[in-house]
Design a protein around this ligand. Structure first.
Ligand SMILES: Cc1cc2nc3c(=O)[nH]c(=O)nc-3n(C[C@H](O)[C@H](O)[C@H](O)COP(=O)(O)O)c2cc1C
Length: 302
């Protein structure tokens, strides 16, 4: 079984991905990259495609509703970077994305989804994945998965919730298992995996891999835990130190915001975390004050 870090908008930057590799992830996904913005030469969007040379197997994820636009964007990005593979986002539930016929809106239109996969396939021989949901308002995962497979996808990722469910409740693991039985290409499940116990459902199934998103926040070592390893407190602290140091080295607003956000996630479940979180996000505390708080709270030496 292979373990994947899920694409998480504004979170799965190269710094966090490096940590997740160290924590046992086999493959990591970038956050979604707007194909339209790439074609408009938006520098910030193009910057999202950067991959650190130490990353072993990182996929870049694109979203867009028009085959020609996705094609142009992928060509542009692939002339700048060579990721391990590319992915099409057919699951994003955000209104603005859906309004542009992209993300989970593609679950309503398997034909268009197929055309976009075909367009991506025409520009690269790199491994190509498609990340779907269970459907938009109603299940459409089978039609969409077959459209992806028939148009050249090498594997499929399924986050089995309807768009209307957003992130509520628990994802429907049985949908991923069904897809893994029916498709020719490998299927990866994404959704609500927190501990090795959650993997039991997939024993004796054809599931090829497991993708972890929210559970990796404040716990980038979860991949090793899912593989059955025990992660010592000392190793956790060392990973945290490294993680914060990556962002400190950036010495910019993005790095400072990420330090606050990740500090908050790392504090989850620890005594005094609510108070710590309030202080970390308080505009009254500048980054050096925040670093001091982090050192005190986690026993680090940044
Ligand atoms: C904050 C956040 C950002 C996300 N961003 C993306 C994204 O950019 N692309 C994507 O395909 N899915 C995105 N997702 C969905 C996740 O990749 C994943 O499928 C979903 O969270 C279920 O997995 P989990 O329970 O392990 O988090 C995002 C989810 C969250 C919570």
């Amino acid at each position: 079984m292979r373990f994947y870090l899920a694409p998480l908008a504004e979170i799965t930057s190269k710094e966090f991905r490096l940590l997740c590799y160290e924590g046992g992830a086999d493959v990591c996904y970038s956050e979604m990259i707007s194909a339209r913005a790439v074609t408009l030469r938006n520098k910030k969007t193009i910057g999202l495609s950067e991959i650190d040379s130490r990353e072993p197997e990182t996929y870049l994820q694109f979203f867009g509703g028009e085959p020609e636009v996705i094609k142009e964007a992928a060509e542009k990005i692939l002339s700048l970077v060579t990721p391990a593979g590319v992915d099409l986002n057919a699951g994003c539930p955000v209104r603005k994305v859906v309004a542009s016929h992209a993300g989970s809106q593609l679950m309503e239109d398997p034909k268009r989804l197929g055309e976009i996969v075909k367009a991506l396939r025409s520009v690269t021989n790199l491994p190509l994945s498609v990340k779907i949901r269970k459907g938009f308002k109603h299940p459409s995962y089978l039609e969409c998965a077959f459209a992806a497979q028939e148009n050249g996808a090498d594997f499929l990722i399924c986050h089995p919730r309807l768009r209307t469910e957003m992130f509520s409740g628990v994802s429907d693991f049985s949908v991923s298992v069904e897809l893994a039985e029916k498709l020719r290409i490998p299927v990866i499940h994404s959704g609500d995996i927190h501990s090795p116990d959650d993997l039991k459902f997939f024993e004796n199934s054809n599931i090829y891999g497991i993708m972890v998103g929210r559970a990796a926040l404040g716990r980038p070592w979860i991949f090793d835990e899912l593989k059955g390893m025990t992660v010592t407190e000392e190793r956790k602290r060392e990973m945290m130190r490294k993680h914060f140091q990556y962002y400190l080295d950036l010495n910019d607003k993005f790095g400072h915001t990420m330090i606050r956000r990740h500090a908050s996630w790392y504090s989850t479940g620890k005594t005094g975390s609510a108070e710590f979180r309030n202080s970390v996000f308080s505009p009254a505390n500048d980054i050096s004050a925040v670093v001091e708080m982090i050192n005190r709270f986690f026993g680090l030496h940044l």
